[in-house]
Design a protein around this ligand. Structure first.
Ligand code: FAD
Length: 463
């Protein structure tokens, strides 16, 4: 059996001891959860307000989804824009999409300000499409981007494609055509099923390394306003008038605000003593899916990239029953002290976590998922060594799909002491960062516009 071995955790080279909460403390804001959402939320609160922040983490910083993802930075919401517009109207849907895209600038701002060493590669990435439905959906999305004032994506279609003439005239200005060999070249594939690409900004980032370094920066920079405790699981959150109390191990933390950045899978009770009951139904509604990934090392002959491959049955709806798509990233990686090589990672296979089943990060990687990934790379990535690839990394992480597929960011309507920046799905790096900034605006008393991410009712339901 292969252990759950993530390249992101390995790169941490962590030596810092775990320091659990061992006394009662108080502060302005407690952030619960030390993944990228919690750490960037702490950053923005410290940076944009004069409040003190206590960060508490049940395990270790960045050892949750943040340390077990596919490591691709991308700005799509896992529901097509067409569906978001149907649900929220053009303005709110476009604003939501624009907010996620603002995560790029926010990430740059953090990196510029903090001078973190974590490598961040940014480039044009490509999604490969293979069916008429996929092409039509991307064209509709592009039309909505145009209507809403967002820059359109570059969609390029193979001139030999037999359905080209069937595309509605209203989309004509939203794509260009090229010989198919160029499409296959950009996708680095020999698989002739792909007939179009969507090109847009993507990146590669080790979000665990980023979070770990950022915590170090916060600790060094805000000595008087920032503290953090690992190995400190929150058992109970009690909300009162204008404050909340957390029970952790044998101690308590009292704060004016509590921000849950727990990714939707927390194991604690919320008691609201001031306002309506807060049912944690939301957390049970989140459908768990385990995503599997593998990675191998190759010579550093090609630039960093991120490519997604939508096979004929793939879709990108956030629907837990939907077919999966594969994605591949390639980036420089220092392995075992040797010089930089390229790390090629692929993700795609997923398994639904049955209701009430407990996901354990410690479970080994499953052989069948490794075979699926190897087959995929073999059939799609033309630089893949044809046989006997040694996958030095094989790992998995838990994604939670809210019924709407949309992150939840903002104050709890039943008691605004409690706030959320959570609701993981398969794309969470930029949404977590944007969410952190938005939380700091709420806490600063800024005028915050309505958004698709607003929590709506006391049952924590996103419908
Ligand atoms: C398999 C997989 C692939 C992914 N691929 C990508 C990708 O390529 N690109 C992308 O943008 N996103 C991707 N994501 C999503 C992205 O990784 C997540 O959205 C993001 O890391 C979530 O960060 P987080 O801080 O919300 O959650 P986490 O990193 O899970 O952090 C939550 C933390 O809360 C802590 N916690 C929970 N309960 C308690 C408690 N009671 N007390 C104290 N602490 C608690 C946990 O221990 C955990 O450390 C992927 C996710 C998975 C699982």
């Amino acid at each position: 059996m292969i252990p759950n071995h993530s390249p992101w955790i390995k790169q941490l080279n962590r030596t810092r001891p775990v320091v659990p909460l061992d006394k009662d403390v108080s502060g302005d804001v407690v952030v619960v959860g030390g993944g990228i959402a919690g750490v960037t939320t702490a950053f923005f609160i410290l940076h944009n307000t004069n409040k003190s922040v206590i960060l508490v983490e049940a395990d270790k910083i960045a050892h949750g989804a943040t340390g077990h993802n596919a490591g691709q930075v991308t700005s799509y919401i896992e529901r097509p824009l067409t569906e978001l517009v149907d649900k929220f109207g053009l303005k709110l849907a476009i604003d939501g999409q624009r907010s996620i895209e603002s995560g790029w600038t926010l990430l740059d701002e953090i990196l510029n300000k903090t001078k973190l060493q974590v490598p961040f590669y940014r480039f044009t990435g490509y999604d490969g499409l293979s069916s008429l439905e996929q092409v039509l959906l991307e064209l509709k999305n592009n039309k909505l981007r145009e209507d809403g004032g967002l820059p359109i994506h570059s969609i390029v279609i193979a001139e030999e494609w037999r359905h080209l003439k069937e595309l509605p005239a209203e989309f004509k200005h939203l794509y260009s055509v090229t010989p198919k060999k160029n499409i296959l070249g950009l996708l680095e594939t020999h698989n002739t099923d792909y007939i179009a690409i969507v090109a847009y900004q993507k990146g590669c980032l080790n979000s665990a390394f980023f979070s770990e370094e950022l915590v170090g920066y916060l600790f060094a920079t805000y000595k008087d306003r920032f503290s953090f405790y690992e190995g400190s699981p929150v058992k109970t959150v009690t909300l009162k008038e204008g404050k909340g109390v957390l029970e952790i191990l044998n101690n308590k933390i009292e704060a004016k605000n509590i921000v849950l950045c727990t990714n939707g899978f927390e194991n604690f009770t919320i008691v609201n003593e001031y306002g309506g009951a807060i049912d944690t139904k939301f957390h049970h509604d989140v459908a768990g899916r385990i995503g599997y990934m593998s990675g191998y090392i190759e010579p550093i002959n090609n630039p960093p990239t991120a490519l997604s491959y939508f096979t004929k049955n793939s879709q990108r709806t956030g629907d837990p029953t939907g077919e999966i798509y594969f994605l591949m990233t390639r980036r420089p990686y220092e392995h075992n002290g040797k010089e930089m090589q390229n790390l090629v990672c692929a993700a795609g296979p997923e398994k639904v976590l049955p209701n009430d089943a407990i996901y354990s990060r410690k479970h080994a990687c499953e052989e069948d998922t490794k075979i699926l990934i190897d087959d995929f790379l073999h059939n799609n990535y033309n630089k893949h060594p044809k046989q006997d690839t040694e996958y030095i990394f094989c790992w998995h992480g838990l994604m939670g799909y809210t019924p709407s597929g949309i992150r939840r960011i903002g104050p709890e309507p039943c008691n605004q002491v409690l706030m959320y920046n959570l609701g993981c799905n398969g794309v969470g790096i930029l949404p977590s960062i944007f969410g952190g900034k938005r939380i700091s605006e709420f806490l600063n008393g800024d005028k915050v516009e309505e958004s698709i991410f607003d929590p709506h009712d006391q049952r924590c339901e996103i419908s």
